[in-house]
Design a protein around this ligand. Structure first.
Ligand code: HEM
Ligand SMILES: *[C@@H]1O[C@H](CO)[C@@H](O)[C@H](O)[C@H]1NC(C)=O
Length: 509
């Protein structure tokens, strides 16, 4: 029998043994222990999880990268996650046909039902993407079929802003643009805008419910022991992970998607809308066929509708807000962009509202501002993890990575890689997309990681870019902005926002 003193000492002794074992494993015997890392990220995944919750992760990773010599190609940012900070790592990670197996970021269930985005195995994703992808995500389709409808929303948005009296209360421009993006998303996905701009509010709590889901998504994705000890129990999983009928977060969004799918099913059965109906992305989801020619299951349709709600609104709003905010912060850029619009207007080159193709052809400086804004303040500064499945591992950016390892990169950090963007990599300089070495510019285009890249790249990228190319030049053309509060770029667990970006707008003559 143990004496009372011995009994008392048992728990701390056990704990000490566990800690020593953890140290020995992580520092000496783990397959990734030879990679450089600060001692605390090698020891546990908690620091990264906490930094993400605090909205400091992008900045932390960027700081960390600068602490190591440029010869350092990969850093261990949790005991099991290898981070690649340089743009030269992107192609070998994300374009490799063999690393499309997603990592721990995706499989936690924190965003609700398993969707295209959260499908882990490469093969399963490939067939689902084949079913759900297609020409309706392309620029040429969007220009022909959806741009006229987006034009209506741009015109409505400009009119709403024009109605404000000159001395109106300042408002959050980041929120306003998120509302615009949410109207576009609901228009495209469900057939009509839910009225975010019309009512100046977060309709059906779509934006706030999305934001509520981010902390759990961020924490569960990073914290290994949370996943291994807590989420591994189906009972606790059921208790804390989102489920349909929740009043908040992803569970609530999933319930909205479920309602929309049920309603559409009825309408389609009754032939409502019929031949002449403008098809929306919910129709395309119903039309999707798997490899055997079968429609998707009810659960797959609901998951896809949930994903589109989550993926399409706040991200795009964040990008719109960041570009405008950075242009206003750099007055000389705004001046140049405006001059470019005036010159194009004098030549009669721009419609009202401006068309995607017109911006692309006639407003190259504005386009450069958009690219630069997204580079410096990417809307999704997340860790897009992939698992290396090749036998014997693989080589990424010159370093050998063992089989089974999880690797990732981050658009905020690779977008600041001095090897690609030079010593002024952190500055907002739209000119870099227009001047200088052509080869370098092509490399910059190829290193665009804002929407991720490769076979699992954002499906809605062209929709988001179309919004950027239309609503931003149009409001710069029609309004002067008085910046009441400059605001700043803040990460919220993988999706950024433009916090406290307050303006007054005045219609230009
Ligand atoms: C500026 C706005 C946007 C940004 C920054 C963005 C970014 C991303 C990123 C980084 C991914 C993940 C890729 C990965 O896991 O490696 C993604 C996936 C996805 N996005 Fe977007 N997105 C934006 C707008 C949109 C819009 C407007 C839609 C649709 C309405 C959309 C639909 C999707 C879908 C369906 C996926 C999953 C693709 C797949 O896994 O095959 N996104 N997006
Ligand atoms: C990053 O570095 C800056 C400047 O040294 C510092 O002020 C900031 O607190 C650091 N941030 C993080 C999250 O490490």
């Amino acid at each position: 029998m143990l004496s009372p003193t011995q009994l008392l000492l048992l728990p701390p002794t056990l704990l000490l043994c566990l800690v020593i074992r953890r140290i020995l494993t992580n520092f000496f015997f783990h397959p990734l222990s030879s990679f450089p890392a600060p001692f605390y990220t090698r020891l546990t995944s908690l620091p990264l999880a906490a930094l993400s919750l605090l909205g400091r992760e992008p900045e932390f990773l960027h700081n960390l990268t600068k602490k190591y010599p440029p010869s350092t190609r990969a850093i261990l940012i949790t005991p099991t996650l290898l981070f690649f900070p340089h743009a030269s790592s992107l192609k070998p990670i994300y374009w490799s046909p063999t690393h499309n197996h997603k990592g721990s970021l995706y499989g936690t269930g924190a965003l609700g039902p398993t969707s295209l985005f959260s499908t882990i195995p490469a093969e399963d994703h490939k067939s689902l993407r084949k079913s759900l992808g297609g020409t309706h995500w392309s620029v040429s389709y969007l220009k022909t079929f959806q741009e006229p409808r987006i034009d209506n929303l741009v015109t409505f948005f400009v009119n709403q802003l024009s109605l404000l009296p000159p001395d109106h209360e300042p408002f959050q421009m980041g929120e306003k643009l998120a509302q615009f993006a949410a109207d576009v998303m609901t228009l495209l996905v469900f057939g009509k805008p839910w009225g975010f701009i019309a009512h100046d509010r977060d309709e059906r709590r779509l934006l706030s419910a999305f934001r509520e889901s981010l902390p759990m998504f961020a924490f569960a994705a990073r914290c290994n022991s949370f996943r291994e000890l807590i989420l591994s129990s189906p009972w606790i999983r059921g208790l804390i992970m989102p489920k349909v009928d929740d009043k908040t977060g992803s569970g609530y969004l999933a319930s909205q998607a479920k309602l929309a799918v049920a309603q559409r099913e009825q309408e389609r059965e009754q032939g409502i809308g019929g031949e002449g109906k403008m098809r929306d992305y919910l129709d395309y989801t119903f039309d999707a066929r798997d490899g055997n020619g079968e429609p998707l299951t009810r659960a797959q349709k609901e998951a896809h509708a949930t994903l589109l709600i989550q993926a399409g609104a706040d991200t795009t709003g964040s990008g719109l807000g960041a570009v405008l905010r950075l242009m206003l912060e750099h007055g000389e850029c705004m001046k140049k962009a405006r001059r470019e619009i005036e010159v194009a207007d004098e030549k009669g080159l721009l419609s009202t509202p401006v068309l995607y193709e017109e911006t692309k052809q006639h407003l190259p400086y504005f386009v450069a501002c958009i690219k630069e804004g997204l580079r410096v303040n990417p809307p999704a500064p997340n860790l897009f993890g992939r698992i290396i499945l090749e036998k014997g591992g693989t080589v990424i950016d010159g370093v050998h990575v063992p089989q089974g390892a999880e690797v990732c990169s981050n658009p905020y950090v690779v977008g600041r890689d001095p090897e690609l963007y030079g010593p002024d990599a952190e500055a907002f300089e739209p000119e870099r997309w227009l001047n200088g070495n052509e080869k370098r510019r092509a490399e910059m285009e190829a290193a665009n990681f804002v929407f991720s890249m490769g076979p699992r790249v954002c499906l809605g990228k062209e929709i988001a870019m179309m919004e950027m190319y239309k609503v931003l030049p149009e409001i710069v053309r029609r309004f002067d902005f008085e910046v009441v509060s400059a605001g700043k770029y803040v990460d919220r667990g993988g999706v950024a926002c433009n916090k406290d970006f307050m303006v007054r707008v005045r219609r230009r003559a």
